[in-house]
Ligand binder design. Structure first.
Ligand SMILES: N[C@@H](CCC[C@H](N)C(=O)O)C(=O)O
Length: 283
């Protein structure tokens, strides 16, 4: 079949965005993988599909597939691209949209300057719900957070574990530029303590309102930015007593702003969304 798509990005985290309301979308993991392939397909970190809502009180359903072909629960940068897509395509004229995802409803808002702020919901902090298997491990308290030691490539690294609907393991590093993201990222992603694998964040604290962040994403490798990764890192930094909300997050692809008022409160993610080109591909 011929598939129409829009290539988009949010701070360099790139997407193939698909209208699944007017096109029949039922691809195998191998087809998603091909679409994401930077040589044999369009190329993307994630594919995003816009669908009609399945429940009352929401405007759309939004499905997310990683470059490895697996469907996942949440994507922060993708939710901003989603809003730009449905607005540009005339699928809605609302400025605040309620969107159902695999892990619950999120509420993005289109700001007057074109940036988008997304209510990503409250972070999940209980290790077993991330999910993270802490059985038999001795955690170390820091502020309100409990850090967990894992052996990664022969060294002990201390992680905060946070779910933003999808799982994150965040560690503080001295310098994000020189952090061992390529070497340690895959080991953390596949660590047996994370039964659904994990997104691995490497956060450098610049000051109490500014961090540099690199994320080795589950199912996609290192991306230029990760929205849920930024939310998880800032939540971890605030809980550890290292950061104050709101926090500027500098990624390799651009800047995001994250605000969080504390446990039980939603994390607010603000950043850009850009359309790059439109196309059609035979799948
Ligand atoms: N790039 C995303 C996260 C996409 C999903 C992630 N790789 C996972 O598997 O959970 C973001 O901006 O949040």
């Amino acid at each position: 079949m011929k598939l129409k798509f829009t290539k988009m990005h949010g701070a360099g985290n790139d997407f193939v965005v698909i209208d699944g309301i007017h096109q029949q979308i039922d691809f195998t993991p191998a087809q998603w993988k091909r679409l994401a392939d930077r040589r044999f397909g369009v190329g993307a970190d994630q594919m995003l599909v816009v669908e009609k809502p399945q429940s009352a009180g929401v405007d759309f359903r939004y499905r997310i597939y990683n470059a490895d072909g697996g469907e996942v629960e949440q994507c922060g940068n993708g939710s901003r691209a989603f809003v730009k897509f449905v607005t540009d395509k005339g699928l809605t004229n609302k400025r605040t949209i309620r969107v159902e995802t695999m892990s619950g409803v999120i509420e993005p808002h289109l700001e007057a300057d074109g940036s988008i702020t997304v209510d990503m919901g409250a972070p999940v902090l209980e290790p077993e719900r991330v999910p993270f298997d802490a059985a038999g491990l001795q955690g170390r308290r820091e502020g309100d957070d409990l850090l967990w030691p894992l052996e990664i490539n022969g060294k002990t690294c201390w992680f905060s574990v946070v779910s933003m609907g999808n799982p994150h393991a965040v560690q503080v590093v001295v310098d994000a530029h020189t952090a061992a993201v390529e070497l340690d990222g895959p080991v953390i992603e596949h660590h047996p303590r994370f039964p659904r694998r994990v997104n691995a964040g490497f956060m450098q604290i610049v000051d109490r309102r500014h961090v540099r962040l690199r994320v080795f994403e589950r199912g996609a490798g290192e991306t230029l930015a990760c929205g849920t990764g930024a939310c998880a890192a800032v939540v971890a930094g605030i809980r550890r007593g290292l950061l104050d909300s709101p926090v500027k997050v500098t990624t390799r692809g651009g800047e995001l702003s994250i605000a969080w008022a504390g446990p039980g409160k939603p994390v607010m993610l603000t950043g850009p969304a850009v359309s790059v080109f439109e196309g059609e591909i035979e799948l």
